[in-house]
Design a protein around this ligand. Structure first.
Ligand code: CDP
Ligand code: MG
Length: 708
């Protein structure tokens, strides 16, 4: 049987009294009472996320306790855990809210949520009058939304007028973070106290390997290697569970398949050194996993069985799994980065930072000494891994948050109190995109359309297309598409080559049935067919479609429809007329939001984007239009995938005519104009005066360069 530590063997909910935070319950309650802001830090697993909200609930003044998480899985699983500890059913006293999934009721007092959800709540109620305490958890992760919340709450609480408006008792803000960065946070929040939960950690020995060098970034290489190392650990190390860090769902599923296969052939009489170990329990852990499966991760394995969890970075700080003694670190993470080559945000696999690697290793030393096996070489560590992870605000598109800030009345988005200031060009890029989809005007002010757009938890381009469809009375075409693009990939591609062929064939058939045949109509058709089916789950199975993802899409569609209905009831909801056929109408609506993602075929199968970057792109093999490139001219696309080539995914053919009038918008934006408006409020007359001066200056200089 696996050797278990004192905490783990108990395995019951009483464990909370053994957590390091327990001894500081009264001090923490008092510290929150005495301060507007408090920074709390402590080793991962010391009980911050699960316990502090419960302590504060006891001393609250009527209001709710809100706890934000950068990751939805963390919000859900922690809420589950805490509801068990508090002996109540989930959604009653303890609940959670994440995008498109609200599991709270009027009785909910302790509310776990994503940082994005709290940002939306601030839009409706800037002083958060329902809350007595707001806890921003995992602040060290530096997610875009948490960073913005920090700035907003700092602004609100530092202006006593604003802070007390509509509140009987002042709001308290707790910021929780791993030990890094706490001084910086405290200084940012006006020198607020930092409470450190003392905790013991055990030594972890880390070993490098030579398998992954600076040039090995192919996923097949590191997947194979982590599987090999995990099996080595299983067969040669003493009892204790294994945690493998990989990059994303598909890599994790592949690694788990390989592990299952190889673990089958182990002869426990001879191959495994520790004869108390008699089996391997392999468990994947990633964001879009069903919640009942996620629960299993935390349960101790049966006697004699070693648990091996294969996880994304979520297991680095957000979730603590008890009993882990061995870490296998791939050295990579999937990260959203702004790619300046193509001018868009792209999910990329990149080497982790050194601080991240130390955090990963530390997971093995929580309750006893542990070991960390790095599959990369010391040269990889030196040459490829940065010291720290760059905060999300400095590496991704700011479009949605800038619109939120503008709607909150923060016009000066350049001088907003950012914990780390994003580069000005990223702010300008966001303003440009907002201007292009008519969310702000030339002076940087939110338009009526912008106020409608901010209500949707979707990327601005998609929202713009949806609102266009709604104004033409054809939202039924766009709502399902928006929903399908908001859930995990719905198409199943089995690992087995024969099955893969069959799945591809089925998917192609669905595409043909969809009539006008493009990837957007394909999504619409799958949605409608499944919805109309008497046995939807069987239909999905038969067509190699993820039933779970589709079920989420149904629910998302309903929620988007509710938002839209609420907005349509307002008197000034824009309405237009259109005479033309349905397929054209659909594609023209898409163009309104996606004209920024337009490409034209240049030669053979190569397309060229029209956004000023002029990137050479290919249609992704998963597209219904793959291999039909010769018949295409202009296309729009939903997103990009960058490997050795740049692929466009979810593609739709369009006519040049439909974007002709929109395309100049890609180039006409005057960066100086938007930025100077962003810096300060100016009147129309001032803008007019300034514009003539600038225009005149540019004309005399004979340059058209002020264009982005
Ligand atoms: O937030 P922090 O990292 O300080 O700790 P925590 O997440 O509150 O975890 C405290 C304890 O609760 C750990 O022993 C976790 O393993 C356990 N826990 C759990 O068993 N199930 C969850 N869903 C979350 C936490
Ligand atoms: Mg935590």
């Amino acid at each position: 049987m696996s050797k278990r530590t004192k905490w783990d063997t108990k395995g019951d909910l009483d464990e909370s009294k053994n957590l390091p935070i327990y001894q500081h319950k009264a001090t923490l309650q008092q510290a929150v009472k005495d301060n507007s802001f408090l920074v709390v830090t402590g080793e991962t697993g010391s009980g911050k996320t699960t316990q502090l909200p419960q302590y504060l609930k006891l001393t609250r003044n009527n209001g709710k306790i809100g706890i934000t998480q950068p990751r939805r899985v963390a919000a859900i699983t922690v809420a589950q855990r805490v509801s068990q500890e508090m002996h109540c059913s989930l959604g009653r006293e303890v609940g959670y809210q994440v995008r498109f999934d609200d599991c709270t009721t009027q009785d909910t007092v302790v509310k776990y949520m994503t940082d994005g959800c709290l940002l939306r709540e601030i839009l409706a109620d800037p002083v958060l009058s329902q809350y007595s305490v707001v806890i921003l958890d995992e602040a060290h992760e530096r997610s875009l939304n948490t960073d913005i919340l920090l700035g907003l709450l700092k602004q609100t609480l530092s202006s006593p007028d604003k802070a007390s408006k509509g509140r009987s008792v002042p709001l308290k803000v707790v910021v929780m973070s791993a030990t890094l960065e706490t001084d910086k946070l405290s200084v940012f929040l006006g020198g607020c106290p930092v409470f450190t939960i003392p905790g013991r950690t055990f030594p972890v020995t880390s070993k490098f390997s030579c398998a992954i060098g600076p040039k090995d970034t192919e996923s097949s290489v590191y997947i194979k290697e982590v599987v090999k190392v995990a099996l080595d650990v299983h067969t040669s190390e003493m009892a204790g569970d294994i945690l493998v860090f990989l990059t994303g769902q598909s890599e994790i599923e592949k690694a788990c398949d390989m592990l299952y296969e190889k673990a089958e052939s182990i002869d426990y009489r001879y191959d495994v050194q520790d004869h108390k170990v008699e089996g391997l329990l392999i468990l994947p852990l990633y964001g879009s996993m069903p919640t009942d499966q996620q629960k299993q991760i935390f349960q101790p394995p049966p006697p004699g069985i070693r648990k091996c969890v294969v996880a994304t970075n979520i297991a680095a700080t957000s979730l603590t799994i008890n009993g882990i003694k061995y870490i296998v670190d791939s050295g990579f993470v999937k990260q959203l980065n702004h790619n300046s080559r193509v001018g868009m945000d792209i999910l990329e696999v990149v080497p982790i930072s050194k601080s991240e690697a130390l955090q990963r290793a530390g997971r093995a030393g929580r309750t006893s000494a542990g070991k960390c096996f790095r599959i990369y070489s010391p040269a990889f560590w030196e040459k490829c891994m940065p010291e720290y992870t760059v905060p999300e605000i400095q590496r991704t598109s700011l479009t949605a948050v800038i619109l939120t800030l503008k709607c909150l009345g923060v016009h000066d988005v350049i001088r907003f109190p950012y914990l780390d200031r994003p580069e000005e060009r990223f702010i300008l890029e966001a303003l440009k995109q907002l201007y292009q989809c008519d969310a702000i005007d030339r002076r940087g002010k939110v338009t009526r359309l912008g106020e409608l757009m901010v209500e949707f938890p979707l990327p601005p381009g998609l929202t713009r297309a949806l609102l266009q469809a709604a104004s033409l009375g054809c939202e039924d075409l766009l709502l399902p598409v928006a929903a399908m693009l908001s859930v995990e990939n719905i198409f199943i591609r089995p690992g087995h080559p024969e099955k893969q062929k069959e799945a591809d064939k089925k998917h192609r058939q669905l595409g043909v049935q969809a009539g006008s045949c493009n990837d957007f109509t394909m999504l619409l058709s799958v949605f409608e067919k499944c919805k109309a089916s008497d046995a939807p789950s069987a239909w999905c199975k038969d067509n190699y479609i993820h039933w779970r993802a589709l079920k989420s899409a149904f629910s998302v569609e309903t929620q988007l429809r509710e938002i839209l209905l609420r907005l349509q009831k307002k008197r000034d909801f824009p309405m237009e007329k259109f005479d033309g056929n349905k397929s054209e109408l659909f594609r023209r609506c898409l163009c309104t939001g996606y004209f920024t993602n337009v490409a034209r075929r240049s030669v053979g199968k190569v397309f060229c984007t029209m956004d000023g970057h002029g990137s050479m792109v290919h249609i992704h093999p998963s597209s219904t239009l793959f291999d039909q490139e010769a018949q295409l001219d202009w296309v729009i696309f939903h997103d990009l995938l960058v490997t050795s080539r740049i692929y466009i995914r979810t593609v739709c053919p369009i006519r040049y005519d439909w974007v002709k009038d929109l395309l100049p918008k890609l180039h006409e934006v005057d960066v100086y104009e938007l930025s100077s408006v962003a810096r300060e409020e100016v009147t129309d007359e001032e803008v007019a005066k300034w514009m003539t001066k600038e225009t005149a200056k540019r004309q005399t200089e004979g340059s058209a360069e002020a264009v982005f």
